[in-house]
Design a protein around this ligand. Structure first.
Ligand code: OAD
Length: 229
C-alpha cells in the first residue's frame, strides 16, 4: 500500500507561475489593504472594489500555468497516496493533475450566493459583476474565505494531516490561522519537509528544511522521498 503524503501549500507554491505572494516584499498585502478588499466589512462598504480586486486575480489566473512545483506534486501520486491541502485560491494544483485538492480559503474560479451559501457556481469567464445573481435572485460574491470568516474545511484538513505518513509544507509563511496550526496535527515521528526560501518556523521534531523555491525544492524532495519508499 502507498504511504500517505500530505502537501500543505501556500502562495509561494504559485510564485514561479507569476502569481504574487501576500507577505513577501512587493506582495499583494503591500499593494492593498487587506481589510479593504478581503473582509465582510469591505463587501458591505464597497462591493464593486472587492469584485474588481478578485476579478484581477481571476483574470491573471486564466493567463498563467502550473509550474514545475505543481507538476512535481502531481507526479508524486505515482508513488504516494497524495492529498493537497492548499491555502491558495488558484486552481494550479488541479491543472497540474493533482487528484485530491482541498481549498481552505476558497476558489477564485467559483462564485457563491449571498443569501444561500450552498449555491456555488463555477465561472467560465473572469469577470464577476454587480448584478450577477444566483438562482434565488441575490448578488453573487467571490467564493473566498475572507478575514473574519470561518474556515469550514479545517476539520477535514485536520483529519487529512492526522493520517499523513509524510507532511510537505510548501510556500507558506504560516502566519494565518487556523491553517498555520495544521502542522501541529501530525502523528509523533512524522517527517515534515518544508520547502520555502524564507524558512518559516515549524515547531515540531523531524523537520527538514529545503530552502529553495517550489520548483527546485520539489525536485530535491523527490530525491529525499525515494529513500523513504
Ligand atoms: P504568504 O505571502 O504569507 O507567504 C508566502 C511564503 O512563500 C513565504 O514564506 C515565502 O518565503 C514563500 N515563497 C516565496 N516565493 C516562493 C517560491 N517561489 N517557492 C516557495 N516558497 C516561496 O502566503 P500564505 O502563507 O499562503 O488568505 O498566506 C496565507 C493566507 O494569507 C492566504 O491564503 C491569504 C492571505 O491573506 C486569504 O486571502 C484568505
Amino acid at each position: 500500500m502507498k504511504k500517505k503524503l500530505t502537501v500543505l501549500s501556500g502562495a509561494g507554491m504559485s510564485q514561479e507561475s507569476g502569481l504574487k505572494t501576500f507577505r513577501d516584499m512587493g506582495g499583494l498585502w503591500e499593494q492593498y489593504d487587506v481589510t479593504e478588499v478581503a473582509s465582510p466589512e469591505a463587501w458591505e462598504r464597497d462591493p464593486a472594489l472587492v469584485l474588481r480586486f478578485y476579478n484581477q486575480r481571476r483574470k491573471q489566473l486564466f493567463e498563467v500555468e502550473p509550474n514545475a512545483g505543481h507538476l512535481g506534486i502531481a507526479r508524486l501520486e505515482q508513488w504516494f497516496d497524495v492529498d493537497v491541502v492548499t491555502q491558495n485560491v488558484d486552481n494550479l494544483h488541479e491543472r497540474a493533475g493533482s487528484s485530491r485538492v482541498l481549498h481552505l480559503h476558497g476558489e477564485l474560479i467559483k462564485a457563491r450566493s449571498t443569501i444561500d451559501p450552498v449555491l456555488v457556481y463555477e465561472l467560465d469567464h473572469w469577470a464577476l459583476d454587480l448584478g450577477d445573481l444566483c438562482e434565488k435572485g441575490s448578488q453573487l460574491r467571490p467564493h473566498i474565505v475572507w478575514f473574519g470568516e470561518a474556515v469550514t474545511e479545517i476539520p477535514k484538513a485536520v483529519r487529512i494531516v492526522e493520517q499523513a505518513d509524510i507532511l510537505v509544507v510548501i510556500g507558506t509563511s504560516l502566519a494565518v490561522y487556523p491553517a498555520a496550526g495544521l502542522v501541529n496535527y501530525v502523528q509523533k515521528g512524522t517527517p515534515i519537509f518544508v520547502i520555502d526560501p524564507g524558512k518559516p518556523a515549524v515547531h515540531q521534531p523531524n523537520v527538514f528544511y529545503v530552502e529553495e523555491k517550489a520548483g527546485k525544492g520539489v525536485e530535491l524532495l523527490l530525491e529525499e522521498l525515494k529513500k523513504l519508499m
